[in-house]
Write a protein that binds this ligand. Sequence first.
Ligand SMILES: [Cu+2]
Length: 126
Amino acid sequence: MGWSRIRILAVCGAAAAQLIASGPVEAKDEQIFQLNIKGNGVPSHQRTIRVTRGDAASIEAQADRPIVLHVHGLKIELEVKPGVPTRVRIPTRATGRFRVELHERGAAAKADHHGAPLAFVEIMPK
Ligand SMILES: [Cu+2]
């Protein structure tokens, strides 16, 4: 279905099986989580971004229109232009569950602040 993942490095069979099970791409020690934003949502398998404290992890967002992605509590504000996959590192120093919100660009932005979360970032203790 909607698997769009980046292939950075060739992986061995066991690692490939683990990628399919866990969802995110792992290149060396970094996990990259795709968010493919269409309308006001992302595919269901992208709704939970789960990492362990101290992990190296990034979000790679794509959107069907200009948006700003906001991760509450992690101080992430990412501008995304349509058709331009855009990455941001997830700080994983603190544990918790953080809302990923979608902000529109332009005049409608303020009115639409903080609807239902697009996804959650969950940072688990080691
Ligand atoms: Cu917000």
